[in-house]
Design a protein around this ligand. Sequence first.
Ligand code: F1X
Length: 306
Amino acid sequence: MIYTLTTNPAIDMNITSDTLSHDHINRTRDAVYTPNGKGLNVSFTLKHYGVDSTILGFFGGFSGEFIVREAGRICPVKPIEIDGITRINVFLSTPEGEFVMPNAGAPVPRTKQEELLELLRGLDDMSCLIVSGSLSPEMDPSFYDEAIDIVREKGAEFVLDISHAHLRELIEKKPLLIKPNDDELADIFGEAIESRADAVAALGRLHERGAQNVLLTLGGDGAYFSNGEHVWHASAAEKDSILSTACAGDATLASFLSLWLADRGAVEPALTRAMATGANVTMCAGLGDFARVDELAKTVHVKQVA
Ligand SMILES: O=P(O)(O)OC[C@@]1(O)O[C@H](CO)[C@@H](O)[C@@H]1O
């Protein structure tokens, strides 16, 4: 069984406004409330492509209850309940662009962290743990080490999609795959990507540090995938609109994994699906319904570049 771990889940509230000014009442419309958090988005997208996974994370208060109930209609959830209130993150679309306002989230005390680690120890069917998103307040980044060490002891694989600087150390534990974007690559590893040569060289250095595979996403410039032997580039899909970029990275990762986890040679179809799915998600509030993925996939070009 694949498990996703979201240490800091959220209800995402997508809203639209024609104005944003501190001198006025900024009326908003088209509110869409969805149960989210990066790992949950991965689980939902995997499910869309017929791959089962179970959701793990910390949930509290009315918002936590809402997420567990709604997510449970799609995937199994094994929640650790906390006392605080799971955050609500705001994604505001305006004519000038999108305002992304994630909240810090509910604190997760050490006793609850230990409960989750104990839950992980008891999961005998784990083939892969996908760890996504930020840490809740009160969580030390060493929690990632503890969780990953349990997964490795089980002989299972793990995927990391985190923007914490501790990724620099965690990469030495040999993740099956990491999915940085260009900003994370610059902030965490000091790698600036201005050209294809930069990308290929940076990917090589990530392998030297320990990553087995890397999916590097570059927004409008597409993505690179490297397996340590070869590097592929995929162009971004040609979409006609962008509503919100929220959840697109998670959907890109999950749709890639939905093919590649079971067939590590299926890089080209996995990248095509990933680019098309990510693009479709940017056209919707939240993950949307993936309705235009097939059409968008026809505009993606994948080629081996090294
Ligand atoms: O604070 P984090 O965990 O980094 O990001 C949380 C979040 O912004 O990421 C998802 C989109 O990727 C949203 O569903 C969610 O609200």
